[in-house]
Design a protein around this ligand. Sequence first.
Ligand code: ADP
Ligand code: MG
Length: 386
Amino acid sequence: MNDIRDDVRRGFVALYGYEPSGLWSAPGRVNLIGEHTDYNGGFVLPFAINRRTVVALALRDDRLARVASSFADEVVEVELSELAPENLDGWSAYPLGVAWALSEHGADLSAVSGFDMFIESSVPVGAGLSSSAAVESATAIALNDVWRLRLDRPVLAAVGQRAENTAVGAPTGIMDQSASLLGKQDSAVFLDCRSLESQVIDLGFEEAGLAILIIDTRISHDHATGGYAERRASCELGARMLGVGSLRDLSVDDLPRARETLDDVTFRRVRHVVTENQRVLDAVGELREGGPAGIGDLLDASHRSMRDDFEISTRELDLAVETAVLNGAIGARMTGGGFGGSALALIRREDLSRLQVAIDGAFAEHGFGQPDTFVVTAAQGASRES
Ligand code: ADP
Ligand code: MG
């Protein structure tokens, strides 16, 4: 963390020739359980991770906004009064989209000061750890401070989502920004995607000696935009045919009726969402009453549901999960939208290195490319660093 803070300050000074007035950071996130439930008005349980994006920023005397990042070889400049979703694109649409989205919550873009910003990050891009929400959330808390907007964190999460939906053009939910802004150390964020109410849930991993290992298959989920849209459409069809506004309105008791009413594919899509919502509720119950080791079976069941009913897993993700469970994991599942990306395993710390070796071996044996494996801990959400 110290390293990135030094790097971002140095990057800012090298580029703009003066010191930033402050540093703000926000983490990436992992979704512990609750997949493809967000757009069905359901439950998710992500946590903020110990990989962060840091922005260095200073206000200017004029109304020019300049943004730069170690991720890209360019400085993007725009007059704040000309900020609009249609003239934003590429990576700078994330930070500048947030500046624009704040204008819907009290930032008068014809009156606020311009700024210089430099971005540095340790959140891997495209690994399913939401580097995008980390950039948005760090930018949102920074501009909220220097523009003195006094917006609360749920509003800043909505601002990040608005930027991503409208300025970037990605139809994502609010889970990632909520985790990045509301996360606490060794805790998860239990989010109701319909009411947007959230609760911080103690994970207790530290005391129990447990860790989360991420197995990044390095297969990009980009190729799969069609699959994502298709799953959303199946969920909407299922809800319509069953006469409910969203699949959130169904419980496991409705599944026999769903089986009679729906074709097999739509039924299995619906069953995933309905049972996954219940698994999130059960996981929260276990964490509150039984302790973290009790969620292992729920993680395993979640994976099977995504593999067999929602059909969004891959051979690599299945192998990662099977290998994890065979090598001491308490539970394991693919995490994120599917069709690639990462799996997570909940495992005792002393079993970590054995599992990492086993994963590498299994992938080699199957002729798959080597995955990237690393431990994440549940960390504090977005914060001012200096
Ligand atoms: P992820 O799963 O990592 O969120 P996305 O495709 O949603 O993947 O977002 C990745 C995009 O976010 C990058 O292509 C880039 O445009 C932007 N981004 C992420 N990190 C940075 C960064 N440090 N600096 C600038 N832009 C970034
Ligand atoms: Mg993203």
